[in-house]
Design a protein around this ligand. Structure first.
Ligand code: SAM
Ligand code: SF4
Length: 477
């Protein structure tokens, strides 16, 4: 088999990390990355099922491959990730030229399955057991965590990495397909997590983002001792080289005081908490089966603000869930106004076959209403984000430089002496400034002179030694 791989990834951080792992495992078998689809021997789509639109995009992309595959039957086309687990054989029905379907719990088998296909054994499929297809332990085993290797070249930037601490989800929010596609919640052993973090630090990684669907529900029991997220943060803080620790996504009910104290007391922990509320209406939250009330959420926000006053808190909301009245939506609007999130991701409800929501509740809010609510909430959040950003005018922030900004990349300017760079503050704010690309991977001071809702604009602070000692000055390094 010729070994050039093209991989296209959509969806959440889990998928980004899964792609990194699959690329690493295939490199071990001699694969190289192809820059585009046409130059590849194996084409993999890493897919998302959270909203229908994401699935439609993947099926359209597969549709566009039909004639390509006819002209090049030797090329292997594979679908991996949540849509592979959810749709399974249906993918072969809708796109009969697909050779490989692999769920997120079976990724370790991809290299062998590709060899079987190349050896002429026909299309291959590897999926995990459904949530009712056997004893829990067997189902858990069929959803294997796949974190054996790291491939630094596949990361968003070499100085930043995701580290999986938990797979699956047991919350079963009624709108959500994730518990079905990613299986039961399972925490990874702390020794494995710490060993991986040390490898990442040795590779030059400065910022680690711990990921899990409900990352703060993490627990691992062994030898009479239970390790929780706060314990992990303490242990990870001791690793030299790692300078920032973030974790996503948090579940409101599991935002315990020990975790907030860890974030407050460990300087490496970023004062940044993503805690999706989903709705501001108790009736909607109950139908979503989120397991908390608006009052619980506000109590949690109060504890966050009291413990870590400077923390940036972000949220997710779904508008147009089944039965959401204007009064329900108004309550969501009021919650956003009250909580003053740094940012919120707002989604229009998308009914997902296979969820309790699809079974129990009609998708009864018209598109126009979903759109309007989406726009109104977004406009409110943008106003709040802009006001919150204003606080940074004239301030100095420490930024981990990620690379050339989108503008520099689009204009092909990313290799100049001075280019527009982008990076993030400790509390996950995006900062754009001019500087030399050699600053990428460094944590540097930036003085902020302008803001927009989601971006701070600044200049590198250079230190001049003079008779009076160190004098800050603004300039381009
Ligand atoms: N585990 C995380 C949590 O509980 O917040 C997030 C998982 S999900 C991949 C990311 C976000 O997608 C959710 O927070 C929710 O707002 C949104 N989402 C999930 N299912 C959805 C659906 N059926 N329609 C619209 N948005 C959805
Ligand atoms: Fe989905 Fe709810 Fe689990 Fe998040 S907590 S992954 S929204 S079921």
């Amino acid at each position: 088999m010729n070994k050039r791989l093209y991989i296209e990834t959509v969806g959440c951080q889990m998928n980004v990390l899964d792609s990194e792992m699959v690329v690493a495992s295939l490199r071990k078998r001699g694969f190289e990355l192809a820059g585009d689809l046409a130059g590849a021997d194996v084409i993999l789509f890493n897919t998302c099922s959270v909203r229908e639109q994401a699935e439609n995009k993947t099926y359209s992309a597969l549709g566009r491959l039909r004639s390509f595959k006819k002209a090049h039957p030797e090329k292997i086309v594979g679908v991996m990730g949540c849509m592979a687990q959810k749709d399974q054989k249906l993918i072969f029905d809708r796109a009969p030229y697909v050779d490989l379907v692999v769920g997120p719990g079976q990724l370790a088998r991809i290299p062998d399955l590709l060899e079987s296909i190349a050896a002429g054994k026909g299309p291959q499929m590897a999926v995990s057991l459904g949530r009712k297809e056997g004893p829990v332990e067997e189902i858990k085993r069929s959803h294997e965590t796949f974190d054996p290797l790291r491939d630094p070249t596949m990361r968003p930037t070499p100085s930043q990495a995701y580290l999986r601490i938990q797979i699956g989800c047991d919350k079963f929010c009624t709108y959500c397909i994730v518990p079905m596609t990613r299986g039961p919640e399972q925490g990874r052993p702390p020794e494995q997590i710490l060993a991986e973090a040390r490898i990442l630090a040795d590779q030059g990684c400065k910022e680690i983002t711990l990921i899990g669907q409900t990352v703060n529900s993490y627990r691992y029991a062994s030898g009479g001792r239970t390790t929780r997220l706060a314990d992990l943060l303490h242990a990870l803080s001791d690793i030299d080289g790692i300078q920032r620790l973030k974790f996503v996504t948090n579940y409101p009910k599991d935002m315990t005081d020990d975790l907030l104290l860890a974030v407050r007391d460990l300087p490496k922990c970023s004062p940044y908490l993503h805690v999706p509320a989903q709705s501001g209406s108790n009736d909607v939250l109950a139908r979503m089966k989120r397991g908390y009330t608006v009052e619980d959420y506000c109590e949690m926000m109060g504890r966050i603000r009291a413990t870590i006053p400077h923390a940036a808190v972000t949220s997710d909301f779904i508008v147009g869930f089944s039965g959401e009245s204007e009064a329900d939506f108004q309550k969501t609007y009021d919650l956003v106004a009250e909580c003053r999130f740094k940012n919120s991701f707002i989604f229009k409800y998308s009914e997902r076959p296979g969820t309790k929501g699809a079974e129990l509740y009609p998708d009864d809010i018209p598109h126009e209403v979903k759109n309007r609510r989406n726009n109104e909430l977004l406009a409110l959040q943008n106003r709040i984000s802009e006001q919150e950003s204003q606080r940074f005018l004239g301030e100095r922030v420490e930024v981990l430089v990620e690379g050339p900004s989108d503008r520099a990349r689009h204009r092909g300017e990313e290799h100049g002496e001075v280019v527009q760079l982008t990076g993030r503050t400790h509390d996950d704010r995006i900062v754009v400034f001019d500087g030399n690309p050699r600053l990428v991977g460094e944590i540097i001071p930036i003085a902020i002179y302008d803001v927009s809702p989601h971006t701070l604009f600044g200049a590198v602070v250079t230190e001049h030694v003079s008779g009076a000692g160190l004098q800050p000055a603004f300039g381009i390094l």
